[in-house]
Write a protein that binds this ligand. Structure first.
Ligand code: NAI
Ligand code: MG
Length: 363
């Protein structure tokens, strides 16, 4: 089967990190017959410089045709003054919208070698491996009405509207249950049914979906605020957490800090499966941004980008063994004491972006 990848390196450290993934793809094609067909495109500031848009129509079409998109990072001070509609982030938002990427997967994994450098107690994070599944295209970020009205008495009113329909809750919880079956078979759903109608519906639909199709998976419910507390107190109680757009934004950032550096965190955003082929649109990107402060120096940590590629192998191509081996290689290289600057600690060896990529490939 052909495997079509679109590489969108973007700006700042995006291209530096993507270069390390390109090495892995070349190796897998040459030595393992993986058959990846790659195309390249521009996104963010680099696309704006080339064509005045945050992503061109041609590259958008390539993204729609690809089996998976690998995305670096966008943005930087150079483009602070560009018009709002073509700002670098607009490229990513357009990809998410047109590819209908409703499910955002953010793993929080604590590699054993880094447990002692976490801001939390080592016993709290050691061996941590949880997955937050955040609804990405609905909820309060998109619901209408969304406006600021002038009340005429010197007062204004800011309005956002949280809206969820049954099908949106069904499909995101379906993704969470499916993923749980490939892991520790546990889902915790988080909402605020005590104060929100959308929360009441969320809880009800998750429970119905569970009963109808996934009763083999263990399901629990938690109020999202208590969930935030539990994530910090004892994160290992969770396997998969499923939650809405707003709570997921916050809870995944909290979970991120359990594991150390931004330079370590991958993510995946998935669309709905095609009813005919079963394949789904997907975009894989590191959680970090373009890191203008270190861009061009060859010192960025490529692990978030490489781990995003591992998620791509796992979720878009069902290459589970390869994904496992790649993730193990990352853990092994960290065990050997290799560190980029952002995760450097005493007694370890500091290496460049490209040395880190080479070491992971060799491993
Ligand atoms: P950032 O994630 O780019 O950087 C935050 C801090 O973490 C910086 O000190 C940076 O050097 C460090 N860092 C991030 N990734 C690293 C890596 N792989 N290795 C070593 N150190 C790393 O976030 P910031 O500074 O808030 O934003 C910079 C630019 O990136 C802005 O233009 C922002 O809009 C954009 N951005 C883009 C995102 C995306 O493309 N999805 C996400 C977040 C920010
Ligand atoms: Mg956020």
């Amino acid at each position: 089967a052909s495997r079509k990848l679109l590489l969108l390196p973007g700006d700042g450290i995006g291209p530096e990190a993507m270069a390390e993934v390109r090495k892995l793809i070349a190796y897998m094609n040459a030595e393992l017959g993986a058959g990846f067909e790659t195309e390249e495109g521009l996104v963010g500031g680099s696309a704006y410089d080339a064509c005045g848009q945050a992503i061109s129509e041609e590259d958008m079409a390539k993204a729609m045709a690809a089996d998976a998109v690998l995305f670096g990072a966008v943005g930087g001070p150079k483009w602070d003054g560009v018009p709002y509609e073509v700002r670098p982030e607009a490229g990513l938002l357009r990809l998410r919208k047109e590819m209908e990427l409703f499910a955002n997967l953010r793993p929080a994994i604590c590699y054993p070698a880094l447990a002692s450098s976490s801001s939390l107690k080592p016993e709290v994070v050691e061996g941590l491996d949880i997955l937050i599944v955040r609804e990405l295209t609905g909820g309060v970020y998109f619901g209408e009405p969304k406006e600021i009205i002038d009340l005429g008495n010197g007062q204004k009113r800011g309005i956002d509207t949280q809206v969820y329909d049954t099908f949106e809750i069904e499909r995101i919880s379906g993704v969470a249950f499916e993923l749980a079956r490939t892991r520790s078979n546990k889902v915790c759903s988080m909402e605020k049914h005590n104060v929100m109608k959308s929360g009441v519906l969320w809880k009800e639909v998750v429970a119905q979906t569970h009963k109808a199709k996934y009763s083999d998976v263990e399901l629990t419910h938690m109020l999202a605020d208590a969930g935030g507390m539990q994530l910090v107190r004892w994160p290992k109680q969770f396997d998969v957490i499923v939650t809405d757009n707003l709570f997921g934004d916050m809870l995944s950032d909290v979970a991120a800090m359990l594991t150390g550096s931004l330079g370590m965190l991958p993510s995946a955003s998935l669309g709905a499966p095609d009813p005919k082929t079963g394949s789904r649109k997907a975009l894989y990107e590191p959680v970090h941004g373009s890191a203008p402060d270190i861009a061009g120096k060859g010192i960025a940590n490529p692990i978030a980008m490489i781990a995003s590629f591992a998620m791509c192998l796992r979720y878009s191509f069902n290459m589970v063994d390869h994904a496992d081996r790649l993730e193990k290689a990352i853990a092994d290289v960290l065990d050997q004491g290799l560190r980029t600057g952002d995760i450097m600690s005493e007694g370890c060896t500091q290496v460049s972006t490209s040395d880190m990529g080479d070491a992971i490939l060799a491993q």
